[in-house]
Design a protein around this ligand. Structure first.
Ligand code: UDP
Ligand code: MG
Length: 156
């Protein structure tokens, strides 16, 4: 089972999309293993987006990320990193396909509602940045054996 970090960015909270976006991930069959509302500090934002340092949009991105509270969520599932990225849609709201979160609810190329880790190594780092060990909950979700076929031993 893989874990990924999702951030419902400031515009998602301000535009009241928290419930709708979380519903999509619940309905898909992912397991929420950590979730909290917080204000991202400037140093956390700079660390989280360090790979974009020096780019023209870096400073406005830090400003956006720290401008208002966010909801951070750790989600678990088989191949969840790639599936969350697909459900988010392309980075630019103006380019994201209908049916994706950004495609359905965003038009801006910066205010695009959601962050999702883009690889196993960044997922691990990002979950570590935003959650303590105690905040990540290990529990059996009751529908697991109906979300996946586990009858042959593997998770399919
Ligand atoms: N962003 C921006 N201008 C750009 C590219 C990206 O403001 O030209 C912002 C946007 O909010 C995006 C974030 O920077 O979500 C991180 O960019 P990245 O390329 O990592 O996109 P993502 O992984 O979020 O799809
Ligand atoms: Mg990215």
């Amino acid at each position: 089972m893989e874990k990924t970090l999702i951030i419902l960015k400031p515009d998602a909270i301000q535009r009241r999309f928290v419930g709708k976006i979380i519903s999509r991930f619940e309905e898909k069959g992912f397991q929420i293993v950590g979730m909290k509302m917080m204000l991202i500090s400037e140093s956390m934002a700079r660390k989280h987006y360090a790979s974009h340092e020096g780019k023209a949009f870096f400073e406005p991105l830090v400003k956006y990320t720290t401008s208002s509270p966010v909801v951070v969520i750790a989600v678990q599932g088989k191949n969840v990193i790639e599936m969350v990225r697909k459900m988010m849609g392309a980075t630019f709201g103006s380019k994201a396909e209908p049916g994706t979160i950004r495609g359905d609810y965003a038009v801006s190329n910066r205010f695009n509602l959601i962050h999702g880790s883009d690889s196993p190594s960044s997922a691990e780092k990002e979950i570590d940045t935003f959650f303590t060990r105690e905040e990540l909950l290990d529990y059996q979700q009751i529908d697991f054996s109906w979300v996946y076929d586990v009858s042959e031993g593997d998770v399919v």
